[in-house]
Write a protein that binds this ligand. Structure first.
Ligand SMILES: Cc1cc2nc3c(=O)[nH]c(=O)nc-3n(C[C@H](O)[C@H](O)[C@H](O)COP(=O)(O)OP(=O)(O)OC[C@H]3O[C@@H](n4cnc5c(N)ncnc54)[C@H](O)[C@@H]3O)c2cc1C
Length: 451
């Protein structure tokens, strides 16, 4: 029997047990595939001191503990069956307008950060969902529509405050605790400690343009082929997601969504080979302020349960690979989730690749496209539908192994990936493992895919 009163006496924040008001929303995984996991309690921390106290208590009582930022991890790793540390109270955002340094609490989410940055006309690369937590995003790398020009979220990180398993609170930057600072830039969330704050180097916003292009399914192979060439030759200021997908009862969708740090006229010119190859039935190409673009590119999803598997490629995929993708999406088995199943190529490279593979823990510095394969189902779908979807995804991931590397993006966490250590971390695995052993020898911070 766990003595929760004991913990209550040590912290300022509110401890909730199952059945308490607000327990569900603070412990629910965004991905409904993991909604069955029920923690014993959730502590909504009020301060960094609460984090230290809770870690010490959990160690003494041998209660498993896990940090929850935005709760948007794909593999549900911010919810366990012990104590969840809900960090959302650590959401302060402080801006120094002179140095343009921005310090955010370890539980801040994208929208809260953007709301403050907007007042100062500043930005740094953040993802495309309001609700994603800064912790999960930056610790695994963090890719934004501006990353080809400005680098990853973790490339903008200059300092973080980290509470270790032994309760020590460390400032980590290039000169202090540099090994942990290195690990916090791509080593994955929840592996080395709990980060109570992050400081980023921001920069002034600029006007941009965006595109949303949609084609009928018959053009899927042509668009995938031509757009890969467009993106290979594009300036770093342009990034795009090239997608093909299907959902039950609907025609397949072929899409390109992108942002260009330049005018719409230039973007239209960049896209001209794709516009000439096949006529889109929708083509929105427009100048926008940076903040309009943030809203326009916001990721909307049907929710429910999903699985994602990734690979990378340093060059456009050959014709056989494109045919494999298109044929597979045509054979997607169906489900009750409107997001359906599909494949997308996210353009990486540019500034991401101008950092050395060993300079931060994020190793994928030679990639042109992240290939993301996904499927979604409704939690009410029968088990055979779920099985058919996961089998479809596993087969497609295997088949694409002929064309794209085994490397995977840790922030698109894939619990079904056998060799996740080398796929996520490549040449940085040995150093990460050594840092983990040194700072968390008892594996206080543990999950199925924690280093
Ligand atoms: C709708 C949606 C849109 C997305 N868009 C993007 C995108 O544009 N670019 C991109 O790169 N990725 C994107 N992702 C992936 C996202 O980066 C990861 O899912 C990320 O792990 C989510 O972080 P979180 O804090 O919300 O999740 P959580 O589930 O709370 O955390 C994920 C992991 O990080 C740990 N963690 C969280 N905060 C901390 C902290 N402060 N200290 C220590 N450990 C911590 C948790 O313990 C857990 O292991 C998106 C995901 C979704 C669902």
């Amino acid at each position: 029997m766990i003595d929760w009163a004991d913990l209550r006496g040590l912290v300022e924040g509110r401890l909730r047990l199952p059945g308490d008001d607000g327990f569900g929303e603070r412990t629910r995984a965004h991905n409904e595939r993991y909604r069955h996991v029920r923690p014993a309690a959730v502590l909504s921390v009020a301060s960094a001191a609460d984090v230290t106290a809770a870690i010490g208590w959990a160690r003494r009582r041998r209660v498993p503990i896990v940090a929850r930022g935005g709760g948007h991890g794909y593999a549900g790793t911010s919810v366990n069956t012990g104590l969840v540390l809900d960090l959302q109270g650590l959401d302060e955002v402080r801006v120094d307008p002179v140095t343009e340094l921005v310090t955010v609490g370890g539980g801040a989410r994208t929208k809260g950060i953007h709301d403050v940055l907007r007042k100062y006309g500043l930005m740094f690369p953040l993802g495309n969902s309001d609700d994603v937590g800064i912790g999960g995003l930056v610790l695994g790398g963090g890719v934004a529509a501006s990353s080809r020009a400005l680098g990853l979220t973790c490339d903008a990180l200059v300092e973080t405050e980290l509470v270790l398993a032994d309760g020590s609170v460390l400032t980590c930057n290039e000169t202090q605790n540099a090994d942990l600072f290195w690990a916090c830039r791509g080593g994955g969330g929840g592996a080395f400690g709990v980060n109570t704050s992050f400081t980023f180097q921001a920069r002034p916003v600029m006007d941009v343009s965006t595109c949303l292009l949609l084609w009928h399914w018959e053009h899927a192979a042509d668009v995938l082929t031509v757009m890969q060439g467009v993106m290979r030759d594009a300036p770093d200021r342009f990034a795009a997601r090239i997608g093909i997908s299907r959902s039950s009862g609907q025609d397949g969708v072929v899409s390109v969504v992108g942002q260009h740090l330049g005018p719409a006229a230039e973007l239209r010119e960049l896209l001209s080979p794709a516009l000439a190859a096949a006529r889109p039935h929708r083509a929105d190409i427009a100048d926008r302020t940076y903040w309009d673009a943030v809203e326009y590119l916001h990721h909307a999803s049907a929710g429910g349960a999903f699985a994602v598997r990734t690979r990378t490629t340093p060059a456009p995929l050959p014709g056989d690979a494109v045919r494999t993708l298109v044929t597979a999406v045509e054979k997607w088995p169906g489900s009750g989730n409107a997001d359906g199943g599909g494949a997308a190529l996210f353009t990486w490279g540019g500034a991401i690749n101008r950092v050395g593979a060993a300079d931060t823990a994020f190793p994928h510095r030679d990639v042109l496209f992240l290939l993301s394969l996904d499927t979604a189902w409704d939690p009410g779908d029968p088990p055979e539908t779920v099985r058919a979807n996961l089998d479809w995804l596993a087969r497609l991931h295997r088949d694409m192994g002929e064309f794209a590397a085994d490397a995977s993006y840790v922030n698109f966490a894939d619990p079904d990936l056998a060799d996740w250590r080398s796929a996520y971390y490549g040449p940085n695995l040995a150093r990460l493992t050594e840092i983990k052993r040194r700072h968390d020898p008892d594996r206080v911070f543990d999950s199925p895919q924690a280093i």
